[in-house]
Design a protein around this ligand. Structure first.
Ligand code: SF4
Ligand code: FES
Length: 360
């Protein structure tokens, strides 16, 4: 693969099935049915191909990966291929015995999503009664198994005011890392942006709370936090640059440069059943479309940051401009920047709180 970067991480979306109904879900609006999911053998073949390409980590994700009865076999297959295995889970569907079996068969790490700091808030946001208690129980089992835990807290207008308590909860549950994941507005989240978009004040306060907590918790817990970019000056280097360090495979085997890439309806995506993974990564049209810097228009083309943020997010550019090849409009150098910022502020001020829950 001369001149083509080596991917480090694979996001394996094992299934779209999930008992929760989070309104910020980044899965596509049209979800894949169980009958169209890749088989156990097909996934294990994918893991072997990925390892041969140089991939180091696999994130076993969904939907809820525990909805697959063969999760234990898949974990073992990924580990046998030589991959570091991270389970991204809502916790629902994992029993004590199942977690032990996963650990015995090679699970390296657990990333637990949380929707809020108490049952009432969390269960309302996740659309699943009893979810909060289940998650807290799982965190205890993860500690008993001696597995490292990351808490993934997806934040938005309806829970950002409790960020301090969220950090406290992650510490009490023994997390080594907390991802304060500001909602990314793709898929269901884009549909729910009026109910989710944080106000500029909330974002400013959130940044201060994270800075203080990072200082206080040095050596105890790492906190990842990226300021929501529509309120910033420059975009984030989404995916670490398109087709540069990671790739995603959907439940039916479509190979994507980004988990939200199917929202870009002008691209088409190949399937692992039809072509070797390494070939899709190196030469697939969806991957070569925005890899590197040659595709960039101005202002990115002549910008000194172009190999720092890689022009931002292609999915965001498509959502706001209808052209994934445009500069990410959250960038202050984009002529759409003011519109995007004004729209985000208006969405936040609209104050809607009813969710359009993910349905399946
Ligand atoms: Fe990044 Fe392009 Fe904005 Fe420069 S102009 S900061 S490369 S998005
Ligand atoms: Fe797809 Fe940013 S979410 S490139």
């Amino acid at each position: 693969m001369n001149g083509v970067p080596i991917p480090m991480a694979l996001l394996a979306e094992l299934t779209h099935r999930c008992p929760l109904k989070c309104p910020y879900c980044s899965n596509p609006l049209e979800l894949t049915r169980r009958s169209n999911e890749l088989s156990t053998a097909a996934w294990i073949d994918v893991f072997q191909q990925a390892a041969a390409m140089g991939v180091l980590h696999v994130h076993l994700s969904g939907g809820e990966p525990a909805s697959r009865r063969d999760l234990e076999d898949l974990t073992e297959g990924a580990r046998a291929a030589g991959l570091y295995t991270n389970l991204i889970t809502s916790g629902v569907g994992l029993t004590r015995d199942r977690l032990k079996a996963l650990a015995d068969r090679g699970l390296d790490h657990v990333q637990l999503s949380v929707q809020g700091v108490d049952a009432e808030t969390a269960d309302r946001i996740g659309g699943f009664k009893g979810g909060f208690e289940t998650k807290m129980r799982l965190a205890g089992w993860v500690a008993e198994e001696g597995l490292p835990l990351t808490v993934n807290a997806v934040m938005h207008r309806q829970n950002l005011d409790r960020l301090d308590e969220t950090i406290g909860m992650a510490v009490r549950r023994g997390a080594r890392r907390l991802e304060v994941a500001n909602t990314q507005y793709h898929g269901w989240a884009y549909r729910n942006r009026f109910a989710l978009m944080p106000t500029p004040d909330q974002v400013r306060r959130g940044g201060r709370i994270v800075a203080e907590a990072r200082e206080r918790l040095k050596g105890e817990m790492v906190i990842d936090y990226v300021t929501p970019d529509h309120l910033g000056t420059y975009p984030k280097p989404c995916m670490g640059g398109w087709a540069r360090i990671g790739l995603c495979i959907t439940p039916r085997g479509a190979v994507l440069p980004c988990h939200a890439a199917e929202t870009i309806t002008t691209l088409s995506f190949e399937n692992v059943a039809d072509r070797p993974l390494a070939d899709i990564w190196a030469n697939g049209p969806a991957f070569t479309a925005y890899r590197g810097t040659d595709w960039m228009p101005d202002p990115c083309r002549s910008c000194e940051r172009k190999t720092r943020d890689w022009g931002g997010c292609r999915c965001q550019a498509f959502a706001w401009t209808g052209d994934a090849g445009q500069t990410d409009p959250v960038c202050s150098k984009s002529d759409r920047h003011a519109d995007v910022r004004a729209a985000a502020v208006a969405e936040a001020q609209a104050g809607a709180d009813a969710f359009d829950y993910r349905t399946f």
